[in-house]
Design a protein around this ligand. Structure first.
Ligand SMILES: [Zn+2]
Length: 199
């Protein structure tokens, strides 16, 4: 059915979000239409503030409000160990699992079918950080799927020349599942069971 243009605009905007189809977008839009004005304003302002206050840490690429991020700036962390993950949300998952080292966020994985190549990720930055010294172990914690494995293999080859031990977390988490859907206990086990990468 045809809605007034302002309603259609909001419905279309909601539909750009992951997992939101037409029906959900309509439900959310009509909820806001009936809700007190403050509710809609707070939502709009929170979305605007997100984009203006969140930046990528220049060291680990995690999302933060400061640069360096609180983790990179924390001198009490184990700076000899660096956990390599695909996405900022993986950092949150491994924080919950008790990781006390540093992180490096690749911002994706290699996926030739989608045109995502190694050069689109932050691998150069990782190589630079390792070359700068101080890191003794790089733990690869990409997703346990085809793209994650291919990415880990590529990263390990790039780090071959560096004087650093490269390990991969154990496959405790079901193959094909994503880090973000694993619970803290599973991730903790996967960290404990990490082993040297072959090849
Ligand atoms: Zn950082």
């Amino acid at each position: 059915m045809a809605y007034p243009p302002a309603v259609t605009r909001l419905i279309d905007a909601f539909k750009t979000l992951p997992g939101v189809g037409t029906r959900t977008a309509e439900r959310l839009s009509f909820h806001l239409l009936r809700a007190p004005p403050d509710e809609g304003r707070e939502l709009a302002e929170a979305m605007l503030a997100l984009r203006s206050s969140i930046i990528a840490c220049s060291q680990c690429n995690d999302l933060a409000e400061t640069d360096p991020c609180p983790i990179c700036a924390d001198e009490s962390r184990d700076r000899k160990r660096m956990l390599v993950v695909e996405q900022p949300r993986d950092v949150a998952a491994f924080e919950e699992a008790g990781w006390h080292g540093l992180y490096h966020v690749l911002l994706g994985h290699i996926n030739p079918l989608e045109g995502i190549e190694a050069r689109h990720l932050t691998i150069d930055g990782l190589v630079d950080r390792v070359a700068a010294g101080g890191v003794e172990e790089v733990v690869l914690a990409t997703d346990p799927d085809y793209e994650g494995d291919a990415t880990s293999l590529h990263v390990s080859r790039r780090l071959e020349k560096g004087n650093v031990r490269v390990t991969r977390i154990a496959r405790g988490i079901a193959s094909g599942s994503a880090i973000e859907y694993s619970n803290a206990a599973m991730l903790s086990d996967a960290l404990q069971g990490r082993s040297a990468l072959d090849g």
